[in-house]
Ligand binder design. Structure first.
Ligand SMILES: Nc1ncnc2c1ncn2[C@@H]1O[C@H](COP(=O)(O)OP(=O)(O)OP(=O)(O)O)[C@@H](O)[C@H]1O
Ligand SMILES: [Mg+2]
Length: 312
């Protein structure tokens, strides 16, 4: 039974791997995204390492994925935090295999940085500024010399298509330490991504909701909701693009379940509440529930005014 389950798992795992390799990135390449894409190309051709800086959910990771896909390369990545060690980047020996085979390549399990250097892929280092300083410093040789020393195995020179890119949230956000001066010095080009303009963000929401038919009116309302959070003084971390996509998908699915032809005011308000109550970080002392209720009511209007067509 256990063996049968294991075989089933192995075959499903393979199918899921195939699915992952065939998945295509859906990206709106306009305005800041187009500019950033072009600068990434320039950096690669000029042999410079770029850093992409922007608040959560503005498309930093997606941009790198799209960049790797366009250049028909793999994309390896890792997200930095306090627990990441150099061995998580480079790889480590599997103790059980070492017992059988000794310290050689067969018993070594490569990490994403080493894979990327060997296969020549795009390497995304998310939240680089959350890595402990000594881990940041372990990146200096791979980034500057394009080489890495793997203990007991030897030194490798990276494939010429190895392209490291860092991405991070702006430093003033909680949990983000500064980049070590040495690593900062290796990042030569800084690409800033912010919240896109209205028409672009609406297009992004649409692209991420291909199975739902969202009216222009509803899309504009969702944009009004998320953009209101970005100008509120009560809110420390506002709604990201992700939050807008989630409101769109949840409200469309709720309307489908209720067999509504259109997403109505009540459904949109309810969906917005479910998403925003966890998506926003308010200033200390502000109570999230009532603050979200007030925000949704202010932006979408009360039910009656919406039904008489006064609310936009
Ligand atoms: N230009 C775009 N085209 C299509 N979808 C986008 C675009 N920008 C962002 N998105 C969507 O917004 C969501 C967030 O994007 P992504 O995960 O790349 O953000 P991020 O900046 O890496 O966030 P974090 O800082 O939290 O890692 C994803 O669902 C992504 O598909
Ligand atoms: Mg990301």
């Amino acid at each position: 039974m256990v063996q049968k389950e294991h075989r089933l798992f192995a075959s499903q795992f393979k199918k899921r791997m195939d699915a992952a390799s065939q998945e295509r990135v859906r990206i709106v390449i306009k305005e800041q995204y187009k500019d950033a894409f072009e600068v990434l190309e320039d950096c690669e051709n000029a042999g410079l390492i770029p850093g992409i800086v922007g608040p959560p959910g503005v498309g930093k990771t997606l941009l790198l994925r799209a960049y790797a896909e366009k250049s028909k390369r793999n994309f390896h990545w890792i997200t930095g935090d306090e627990g990441v060690r150099p061995s998580h980047l480079i790889g480590s020996f599997n103790p059980a295999l070492v017992l059988q085979k000794g310290f050689n390549l067969e018993s070594f399990e490569p990490g994403p940085l080493l894979k990327s250097m060997v296969f020549g892929s795009v390497f995304g280092l998310n939240e680089a500024n959350r890595l402990p300083e000594y881990v940041q410093n372990s990146l200096l040789e791979p980034f500057e010399e394009r080489s890495a020393n793997v203990q007991r195995l030897g030194r490798i020179q990276a494939d010429e298509d190895f392209f490291p890119v860092l991405s991070m949230n702006p430093e003033e956000m909680a949990g983000a330490h500064r980049l070590s001066e040495a690593l900062r010095d290796r990042i030569r080009v800084w690409i800033k991504l912010g919240y896109p303009r209205k028409a672009t963000e609406i297009e992004i929401v649409k692209v991420n909701c291909p199975e739902y038919n969202l009216s222009d009116h509803v899309l504009a309302q969702i944009y009004s909701l998320v953009s209101a959070t970005r100008s509120s003084t009560d809110i420390e971390i506002p709604a990201s693009i992700r939050a807008g996509i989630s409101i769109a998908r949840l409200s469309a699915q709720m309307a489908r379940r209720k067999r509504l032809e259109e997403i109505d005011h009540n459904t949109l308000s309810t969906a917005a509440h479910y998403v925003l109550v966890g998506a926003l970080r308010f200033r200390p002392g502000v109570d999230a529930e009532p603050a979200v209720n007030a925000l949704v009511r202010r932006v979408l209007g009360s039910k009656r005014s919406s039904e008489s067509g006064q609310s936009t």
